[in-house]
Design a protein around this ligand. Structure first.
Ligand code: 3HC
Length: 311
């Protein structure tokens, strides 16, 4: 019986038919999605912290307004993604508990500090640039609610990348000190940004199933290569140097060759020992507790509305 259901399920995946919440799906497919979508949502929410650090320090009112708008978008992306994750029969409270207890992961990149205003440029340009490459691909993911969340998120992401690149371009064409600040930000964010795509395919335990079930439409290395190929020119145009001595165009491959990432650093950060991991989780716990009264009030109000309708 289950074998027949499994064959029917895989036939739908192969026929590019979206899987919806009420459809039968293998337990492993459901768990894979609960893990990936909730960790994607955690990344959006934790990602608000490094940028939030610069709202009160933005160099102009325009810069402040643009940064505020971007951070509000990230909160909304988290909302879409938690809602998509909840369609898989697990509650938001459970997901939040997994994040706060350290059981769940979120993107390693957000465990690095944002030390100067140029870091706001590097984050928008590189982190959102990498996220765009990843999320454009995920628009074609097999699970309906995740795919639709990606379509909505991608509509907003290009603004995020453009505003970051504008900051970098402005500083790179500014005073020598400003150009040096932009180069320093690129030096600190380049390698952590390309590590956002995850370990090499050969070291990626989830990619096998992810590709079989079309959760992932391209692999970690394929997406990383796409991001590097498109970003190198953008650095050249504004006169900044990517801090990788092995970066070189390979005519035969039609791609850039690049150096090896520091996987000890990657796993150290992923396992909770990066520069800001503790700070990010402590901030999240405080904000979550301080905001409890808002959630309680919203639930009480919703219940009153329901009672009114019953009268
Ligand atoms: N940071 C933290 N953990 C990472 C990671 C990273 N950069 N890359 C991989 N990992 C973890 C995986 O989660 C997995 O651990 P788990 O099984 O406990 O979840 C382990 O390392 C092995 O990696 P795999 O390649 O086997 O895992 P996946 O197949 O899930 O691939 C992924 C990892 C590419 C991040 C994939 O999960 C994915 O595409 N997720 C959705 C996109 C996402 O989460 N993006 C994060 C950034 S969101 C963002 O940038 C917001 C923007 O608006 C600023």
């Amino acid at each position: 019986e289950d074998l027949r259901k499994l064959e029917e399920f895989q036939a739908k995946i192969d026929a590019e038919i979206k899987i919806e919440p009420k459809d039968w799906m293998p337990e492993d497919y459901k768990k894979h999605l609960q893990r990936q979508i909730s960790q994607h949502a955690h990344s959006e929410v934790i990602g608000m912290q490094p940028e939030g650090n610069w709202i009160s320090r933005a160099p102009s009112l325009r810069a402040k307004v643009v940064l505020l708008a971007k951070i509000q978008d990230e909160a909304g992306h988290g909302q879409y993604l938690y809602s998509a994750a909840e369609t898989l029969g697990k509650s938001r409270d459970e997901f939040i508990e997994e994040l706060q207890s350290g059981k769940a992961k979120y993107s390693s990149i957000f465990n690095y500090p944002t030390l100067t205003w140029a870091d706001m440029g590097a984050v928008g340009w590189l982190v959102d640039g990498a996220a765009i490459v990843n999320q454009v691909s995920l628009q074609r993911t097999s699970y309906g609610p995740y795919s639709r969340a990606m379509v909505r998120i991608c509509k907003e992401e290009s603004f995020h990348q453009r505003q970051g690149y504008e900051i970098m371009a402005t500083m790179a064409n500014g005073t020598p000190e400003q150009k040096a600040m932009a180069q320093d930000a690129l030096n600190r964010f380049w390698w952590p940004s390309i590590m956002m795509f995850g370990p090499h395919d050969s070291d990626s335990p989830n990619t096998g199933n992810a590709v079989k079930w079309k959760i992932k439409r391209e692999t970690n290395d394929e997406l990383r290569q796409k991001f590097i190929d498109k970003t190198v020119q953008q650095a050249e145009v504004i006169g900044l140097t990517i801090p990788d001595p092995d970066l070189k165009w390979n005519e035969d491959r039609g791609h850039y060759d690049f150096g090896e990432m520091d996987w000890d650093e990657f796993w150290r950060v992923v396992k909770g020992n990066g520069p800001c991991n503790k700070q990010r989780l402590n901030h999240h716990k405080k904000a979550h507790n301080d905001g409890a009264w808002v959630r309680e009030a919203a639930i009480a109000y919703a219940e009153k509305q329901k009672e009114k309708q019953l009268v």
